[in-house]
Design a protein around this ligand. Structure first.
Ligand code: AMP
Length: 279
């Protein structure tokens, strides 16, 4: 496994792999890796010859400076984990390497950035667009792998791929959870003991909600989920939405014939967690 920190080295390796006729898969991450990230890399290894993983805490996608400051960083542990699962190439750049100059590009994701994470985290998806497009330009992968935990992010990336005409296949991978049901997240390590113990209540509620669809209206189910989560003194919902799984249009009536997904953002003390479940 090779670990590189500059675009020049990365491009040179990519060119060598391309000369050998190899296909390339990219897994963009912000590090502090867990089994969720590793599942993406394993999927990538199954479908492409070379798995490239980027580890970069992208400052332009943080709308809260405190969140950026406390974001966990564990590059040595990440590198050795990736080595054990057969990753081929890690890109571990500095901020200056990715952004030699300020990125002033403004993406227009239309409706997609007006709801849920887009509405609550101004500039977040613009930063995601900036960093992912840079990574796509440097690596020019055949496929790129993203987790369904960040459900809205996948819709944003697919939209960007269309807008910028990338010939890259975007692969969505299922959410990996711990036994308690809590979705794995780098931010889980920041939870204190009490919030950690209570955080599994989020997914437990989403699972119960799935069985209530036939018995409640969309709005009543949203309210039921909110009340259930908020009944736990360690948790406070920021939003609960039920949306179409591709357009992310808000669902108002169960009779709409599309696949539906419940998306939530929940504060567990100072830490903000997101999760979702497909109905
Ligand atoms: P992050 O490092 O949080 O930016 O995440 C990097 C990638 O890993 C994103 O595509 C995430 O959606 C994905 N990811 C994070 N947590 C999980 C999880 N629990 N299961 C599956 N994928 C995940």
């Amino acid at each position: 496994m090779k670990v590189v920190t500059t675009k020049k080295e990365l491009i040179s390796w990519i060119n060598d792999f391309r000369k050998e006729g190899k296909t390339i898969g990219l897994v963009p991450t912000m590090g502090a890796l867990h089994e969720g990230h590793l599942s993406l890399v394993k999927e990538c290894k199954k479908n492409t010859d070379i798995a490239v993983v980027s580890i970069f805490v992208n400052p332009t996608q943080f709308n809260d400076p405190e969140d950026l400051k406390r974001y966990p960083r564990t590059p040595e542990k990440d590198t050795s984990l990736l080595d054990t699962i057969g990753c081929d190439l890690i890109f571990l750049p500095t901020v200056e390497e990715v952004y030699p100059e300020k990125d002033t590009r403004k993406f227009n994701f239309g409706y997609l950035e007006t709801i849920m994470e887009g509405a609550r985290r101004p500039g977040h998806f613009n930063g995601v667009g900036q960093v992912v497009s840079r990574l796509f330009d440097i690596v020019s992968p055949d496929k790129a792998y993203f987790g369904m935990k960040d459900f809205q992010q996948i819709a944003i990336i697919k939209n960007m791929v269309k807008q910028l005409n990338y010939k890259i296949d975007i692969v969505s991978c299922p959410i990996i959870r711990e036994e308690s049901g809590l979705a794995l997240s780098s931010r889980n390590t920041l939870l204190d003991e009490d919030h950690r113990k209570n955080a599994p209540h989020i997914y437990a509620t989403l699972k119960k909600a799935r069985n209530l669809v036939a018995r409640m209206s969309v709005n009543d189910l949203k309210k039921w989920i909110t009340d259930q989560i908020d009944s736990n003194p360690y948790l406070k919902t920021e939003y609960v939405e039920i949306v179409d799984d591709t357009t992310l249009q808000l669902i108002e009536d169960w009779r709409e014939k599309n696949n539906k997904v419940v998306c939530v953002a929940v504060h567990a003390g100072k830490i903000r967690l997101i999760d979702n479940i497909i109905l």
